[in-house]
Design a protein around this ligand. Structure first.
Ligand code: DNO
Length: 396
């Protein structure tokens, strides 16, 4: 017996333009969901979790993964009532465990969750892709946000390129760039005005990557024993993109970051969301090696591919194109699942979701598409990955 991945799909809840019925037709069997309506820091109540679970199960699907149970900014900066917020986090974990939802994805990215500068990059086949461009980010930082000290962060050449980029933007494009960064992306639980954003950035003035890593470890030391007791598998999502931006530090971008985290908090419940798209942006990241080194604790997988250039810019490619060797990764996942199965571990079908997809075909005309989370683009990604998996299993 060679186990397959559990094919899942991120669903944003009852208001998601992609319905649970659509998801069934796409071939997914499981759902990745969060109670997005609960304000960050508050406890997820058992009754609300149960209600959501019932809606999902009515369609014959299962709620396999929480993405995300967001970590409050005050926990990341260890300020204000962070101790109380950690207790709330633990309570949400207890409630999820009591409802049988036991894989929990989260991240430790300061202020912003994932970030892109363009949500409608015209791809060569006529579909639209997400893009991250440094000139755009620096133009935002220097000329729209006007962050204190931002000029010191860039070389003369970088400054000039950002300035040229900015000068060519129309007012509409400037507003769009600002919105993309501050409030554009689905799953970002917080949206900011420019003023509020400037203020919150200041809370990181004295927190560099080393300090943020220490704060992450303290958070993990507080929650992992509790997760273990409740049979919860926590899985940290890597930084996306995996570089410091707008003066903000990063903690999970490279192999050595994982080594540090697992050295300090070794329990298997302290695990990984293995995201090929985020990790794949760094050329030096050997994805196959990273997967193998920590395979034991990969509890959730995001499969997507990015295409980078030598300046750190990237766009999201089709799932089997770009810089990620999807054949290698899916092969390694299959080997790991087989190993778990032979070792009588229960978690031998690792939940995987096709992460992001192009906006294509009818989704282009549909107004209401969550960037990256279109129906058809992800359906294509899932179909390609399932085909790849099927082929690999046939020949091994
Ligand atoms: C982007 C996603 C992220 C991810 C969180 C995990 O599409 O991968 O929003 O959900 O960062 O906590």
């Amino acid at each position: 017996m060679t186990p397959r991945m559990k094919h899942t799909w991120r669903w944003y809840g009852p208001n998601d333009p992609v319905s649970l019925k659509d998801i069934c037709q796409a071939g997914a069997k499981g759902i990745v969901n969060a109670l997005h309506e609960v304000p960050n820091g508050e406890v997820w109540q058992t009754s609300d979790i149960k209600k959501r679970k019932k809606i999902i199960e009515k369609t014959g699907l299962t709620w396999d993964v929480v993405e995300s149970l967001p970590v409050h900014e005050k926990i990341k900066t260890r300020s204000g009532n962070f101790k109380h917020l950690i207790e709330n986090y633990k309570l949400s974990l207890t409630n999820l465990a009591n409802c049988g939802v036991q894989i929990v994805c989260y991240n430790f990215m300061p202020v912003l969750d994932w970030t892109r500068t363009k949500l409608d990059m015209k791809y060569k086949d006529g579909s639209y892709a997400l893009e991250f461009n440094f000139d755009a980010l620096r133009a935002f930082d220097l000329f729209i946000l006007k962050r204190d000290g931002s000029k010191n962060d860039y070389s003369d050449e970088e400054f000039l390129k950002a300035e040229t980029y900015y000068k060519l933007l129309s007012n509409d494009q400037k507003n769009k760039l600002c919105d993309n960064i501050l409030k554009g992306l689905p799953g970002n639980e917080e949206g900011y005005s420019l003023e509020a954003f400037r203020e919150i950035l200041k809370t990181y003035n004295n927190i560099n990557s080393d300090q943020l890593k220490k704060n992450l470890i303290l958070f993990l030391k507080a929650i992992i024993p509790h997760a273990k007791k409740n049979g919860i598998l926590m899985c940290i999502h890597p930084d996306d993109p995996p570089y410091s931006m707008l003066g903000l530090p990063r903690v999970v971008s490279k192999e050595k970051d994982y080594e540090y985290i697992f050295d300090k908090v070794p329990e298997i419940n302290n695990g990984i969301t293995f995201c090929t798209g985020s990790l794949g942006v760094i050329k030096e990241n050997n994805l196959g090696k990273i997967f193998n080194n920590f395979a034991n604790r990969v509890h959730f997988i995001h499969l997507r591919s990015t295409k980078r250039d030598s300046n750190g810019n990237f766009y999201e490619a089709n799932h089997l194109e770009g810089d990620v060797d999807m054949y290698e990764i899916v092969s390694r996942i299959i080997i790991e699942q087989k190993r778990r199965y032979l070792n009588k571990r229960k978690d031998f079908n690792i939940p995987m979701r096709p992460d992001h997809g192009h906006q294509m075909l009818d989704d282009i005309r549909k107004k209401n598409v969550n960037p990256g989370y279109s129906a058809i683009g992800r359906l294509r990604g899932l179909a390609e990955i399932r085909g790849l998996e099927h082929g690999i299993i046939k020949i091994i």
